[in-house]
Write a protein that binds this ligand. Structure first.
Ligand SMILES: [Zn+2]
Ligand SMILES: [Zn+2]
Length: 233
C-alpha cells in the first residue's frame, strides 16, 4: 500500500514519551516507505523513474536490503546503476571525467528517495501538530511530557511554526514547552556528562553516578537524532 500520512496518528505518537516524538514520526514514515519501495512501488513507473534518478542513502539502502525481497532490491539497483553509470563516466575510457560528471557523483551521494519523501511528509505532519497544540489542552500536556526533542528536530519544529499555522495565543506556551524539551534537555545532558567525567576522579571512587551512566549515549542520540550504532566498530 502507498504510504498515506493522513493515517499517521499524531496523538498516538505523542502518547508515547520515550525519546524524541519527531524521531518516532520519522521512523514510522521510513518503515512505511521502505516497505512500499521494495513492494507495491516496484510496479509504479513514476516512482521507479524517481528512484532510478536519485537513489538512496546508506541508511535506507540498508533498511531495504534487511527487510525487503532480494529480487526487488536487485531490480531497483539494476535500473539505478544503469542510469547512473551513463551520467557519471565519460563515453571513452581514455577521456577524463568532466565537471558535470564529478558533480553528478557528488549529487548522487547526497540524494535519497526515502529521505526526500519523509522531509516533505514531516512538514505536513507538523502542520497537524501545530493546529492540535493550539486547539487541544490535553495534547499540550502530552507534548510537554515528551523526554526531549532532538536538536535537528528542534530546528525543524521551531523553524516552521508561525502565527499562520498555530493559534497565536498558544505560541508562547509552544515556545516554552519546546525550549524546555531541547534547551532544558541539553542542559541536563551537559550536567550528566560533566558528572560522569568526575566519576573518573579517584576521590569519587565508589560514588553515585546518579543519571550519568548513559550520558554519552543519550547525548549522541540528542545531537544526531539516532542512537549509537553498535554495528559500527
Ligand atoms: Zn528527533
Ligand atoms: Zn535516506
Amino acid at each position: 500500500m502507498k504510504p498515506n500520512i493522513t493515517t499517521i496518528p499524531i496523538t498516538e505518537i505523542f502518547e508515547e514519551t520515550e525519546g524524541c516524538p519527531i524521531c518516532r514520526m520519522h521512523r514510522m514514515l521510513e518503515e512505511q516507505y521502505v516497505e512500499y519501495i521494495t513492494g507495491a512501488a516496484m510496479m509504479a513507473p513514476d516512482v521507479r523513474v524517481k528512484t532510478n534518478e536519485v537513489g538512496f542513502c546508506h541508511r535506507h539502502f540498508s533498511m531495504m536490503v534487511n527487510t525487503g525481497p532480494r529480487l526487488s532490491n536487485a531490480l531497483l539497483l539494476q535500473t539505478h546503476i544503469d542510469e547512473l553509470r551513463k551520467k557519471v563516466f565519460p563515453k571513452k575510457d581514455t577521456d577524463a571525467a568532466d565537471k558535470k560528471m564529478i558533480a553528478a557523483i557528488r549529487q548522487n551521494a547526497g540524494t535519497c528517495y526515502v529521505c526526500d519523501r519523509i522531509e516533505r511528509d514531516i512538514l505536513h505532519l507538523l502542520a497537524t501538530v501545530y493546529v492540535q497544540f493550539g486547539a487541544d489542552h490535553d495534547f499540550r500536556r502530552q507534548y510537554a511530557d515528551q523526554d526531549f526533542i532532538c536538536l535537528d528536530h528542534y530546528a525543524l519544529i521551531m523553524g516552521n511554526v508561525s502565527k499562520k499555522n498555530m493559534d497565536k495565543k498558544a505560541l508562547p506556551d509552544f515556545y516554552a514547552a519546546t525550549n524546555k524539551l531541547a534547551h532544558g534537555y541539553m542542559d541536563t545532558l551537559y550536567d550528566d556528562v560533566t558528572h560522569f567525567t568526575t566519576m573518573f576522579d579517584y576521590r569519587n571512587a565508589g560514588g553515585d553516578y546518579k543519571n550519568s551512566k548513559d550520558a554519552i549515549e543519550r547525548s549522541i542520540r540528542f545531537l544526531t537524532s539516532y542512537p549509537v550504532d553498535e554495528n559500527l566498530k
